[in-house]
Design a protein around this ligand. Structure first.
Ligand code: AMP
Ligand code: ZN
Ligand code: FE
Ligand code: FE
Length: 283
């Protein structure tokens, strides 16, 4: 087995279509993958079709943007992509992201960047994210790279930044459960909390039903692994891993890059698959 359980497609802010993503994962030697677009399951049907045709094991997934002020991303694995509540949630978030992109563009225009909402909208086939605005800024010559556009314009405190409306982490977890999935905290080190704050906030989320934690992610330094392993063990959490790949050349990330670091990857991924199987048998 080789697994990468955190991958984005054009259904959100990735640059490969869902089908291309599955082929790329296969090309990178993966045998198990999850498609986890931001606030969207729109890429799952195409990914499933291609996965079936090429013998890739695919977990349908989603990455919900939760939290206020500080963003907290919750991965949902094994969700029913036809679940009405989940679809309604994604539709609402898509509209909110659209409204937010309009505001980002108008703030950027006020700051002297002449980019148009239409260009941003066209770049995003599904869910609009800051990377689409960043790409429009690069194309119009206001930044040298997507990373540069983020740093100059799109991070908190900069003129193009607009936060998303808040979704509580506990509501995100509940929605994933209602849709038949398992809820996993994405990239915990991106929360940039002290160890004690992280331990306590995770205990709170575990009491709200959090099922797992993504330990091996590009944002997790080797020095953080022991702490996260301890939190997972003490709270009986599933352990997952993924590259958070958004496309070739987007950030310095490749599909499957976390697999060599994922100690007990086969066991951890097997445990996730077993839990999903048992849950779905019960339905
Ligand atoms: P959004 O959901 O619209 O706020 O966009 C979040 C996405 O933007 C993340 O999933 C990353 O793909 C990307 N992103 C966030 N921060 C940065 C950054 N500092 N540099 C480059 N990409 C970033
Ligand atoms: Zn993204
Ligand atoms: Fe994320
Ligand atoms: Fe992600």
């Amino acid at each position: 087995m080789k697994a990468d359980l955190h991958l984005h497609s054009t259904a959100s802010d990735g640059t490969l279509t869902p089908g291309e993503l599955v082929r790329a994962a296969q090309g990178a030697g993966m045998t198990l993958m999850a498609i986890t677009d931001h606030d969207s399951v729109g890429g799952v049907p195409e990914a499933e079709e291609v996965a079936e045709s090429c013998g890739m094991q695919l977990i349908p997934g989603v990455e919900l943007s939760c939290g206020a002020g500080r963003e907290v991303h919750v991965l949902g694995y094994g969700v029913d992509i036809r679940h009405e509540g989940l679809l309604a949630f994604c539709a609402r978030r898509r509209q909110e992201r659209n409204d937010r992109a309009l505001r980002m563009v108008s703030q950027l225009q006020e700051a002297g960047c002449s980019i148009s909402f239409d260009v941003v909208h066209e770049m995003a086939r599904g869910v609009i994210g800051r990377p689409h605005v960043a790409r429009a800024l690069v194309e119009a010559g206001y930044a040298s790279s997507v990373q540069d556009a983020f740093t100059k314009y799109l991070v908190p405190g900069k003129c193009g930044y607009v936060p998303k409306p808040e979704v509580r982490v506990t509501d995100g977890i509940r929605l994933i459960h209602e849709a038949g999935g398992l809820a996993v905290l994405a990239h915990p080190m991106q929360l940039k909390m002290s160890d004690t704050a992280l331990i306590s906030v995770m205990e709170e989320w575990v009491s709200s039903g959090l099922d797992g934690v993504e330990i091996y992610h590009p944002s997790t330094g080797n020095q953080h692994v022991a702490l996260l392993q301890r939190i997972a063990a003490e709270n009986r959490l599933l352990i997952t891993s993924g590259s958070d790949f958004h496309g070739p050349g987007v950030k310095d990330v490749s599909i499957g890059q976390e697999w060599p670091r994922w100690q007990n990857g086969e066991e951890d991924a097997g445990r996730l698959l077993d839990r999903l199987c048992r849950m779905h048998e019960k339905l």
